[in-house]
Design a protein around this ligand. Structure first.
Ligand code: ADP
Ligand code: MG
Length: 287
């Protein structure tokens, strides 16, 4: 059973835009030992700028249009960003048979042609040779009818409060901070370095993220808790596997808000340390 004061703690947290789904999570937060983050939309803004467009044969505009059409129905931050970069109205009636391939990209039929838009892993999977990219950023390859059509380089920025958020967690006694991402190694490692995270695991599929969380759960002390923080897209399995799952609510998917124990209304990573501090304060009142 949960002491009544933890419900008071929940009220205090909600005033800060932190929605806690139960008193047990409020108590568990005081014992946060490991904080594991998703990257895109959690530590970074999830708003990508297009930094380069490299078509093989068609025009830059046509390559961007094909990518934006393939991404027309998705809520993924990359999809929203590519549509924004294309900037014009998309005729969705040209798009059929859309399939989201989590951690890899999108497959769709556009004007009757099979199109794949995604990362190196996706190109390898469909057997299309891709051009290595020398720009720093996330590479989005495009293949049409099994033939390479070119790539688009996009880049995201870390959130304004992300570095301070990581430092505040350390100040609250969190022993280790880890980032799990499906993005490439150079991108993941540069974010981890900028934010001074203890560990970064890159090029992970959603199932690999669950595996990493299970490894980290074994690593922590018996009383310590593992917190996972994600923006939601594909994060539901890890959110439920962690001791405490925190979802970024504003951008997050409904599935993530459902799977999470705590929802942050304003998507600020610094709110995690705030929640831990409130939890410790409540714990002192209870004991
Ligand atoms: P993260 O782990 O950073 O939250 P995801 O697991 O959502 O990222 O995606 C991992 C990688 O898969 C992305 O960096 C991108 O290369 C590729 N990817 C995922 N979804 C899409 C998409 N809709 N369009 C293009 N590429 C995608
Ligand atoms: Mg994500």
């Amino acid at each position: 059973s949960v002491p009544l004061s933890f419900f008071g703690g929940i009220g205090g947290a909600s005033k800060c835009g932190i929605l806690v789904k139960g008193g047990n999570y409020m108590e568990a937060l005081a014992h946060a030992e490991l904080v594991v983050f998703d990257k895109t939309g959690t530590l970074t803004r999830g708003v990508f700028n297009v930094t380069a467009v490299h078509p093989d044969e068609c025009s830059e505009k046509d390559l961007l249009e094909i990518a934006a059409l393939a991404e027309a129905y998705s809520d993924h931050p990359i999809s929203r960003s590519l549509r924004e970069a294309y900037g014009m109205e998309l005729d969705r009636s040209r798009v059929a048979e859309v399939e989201e391939l989590s951690g890899r990209g999108i497959r769709a039929r556009i004007d009757g042609r099979g199109v794949c838009v995604g990362n190196n892993k996706l190109m390898d999977e469909i057997g299309v040779a891709w051009h290595p990219c020398h720009h720093v950023g996330t590479t989005v390859h495009v293949a049409i009818e099994g033939k390479y059509a070119g790539h688009i380089v996009i880049s995201d920025e870390v959130k304004e409060d992300a570095k301070a958020a990581v430092q505040a967690l350390k100040a609250q006694g969190v022993k280790k901070t880890v980032m799990l991402t499906g993005d490439s190694r150079p991108v993941g490692e540069s974010v981890a370095k900028e934010l001074e995270l203890d560990e970064a695991c890159t090029e992970l599929l959603p199932a690999d993220k669950v595996e990493q969380v299970e490894r980290l759960l074994k690593e922590k002390s018996q009383n310590g808790k593992l917190v996972f923080v994600g923006d939601g897209i594909n994060d539901a399995p890890v959110l439920s596997r962690a001791d405490i799952g925190i979802a970024m609510g504003a951008m997050g998917s409904d599935a993530a808000i459902e799977a999470a124990d705590i929802v942050l209304m304003d998507d600020k990573p610094s709110k995690i340390a705030t929640a831990i501090r409130l939890s410790k304060k409540t714990l002192r009142i209870v004991r």
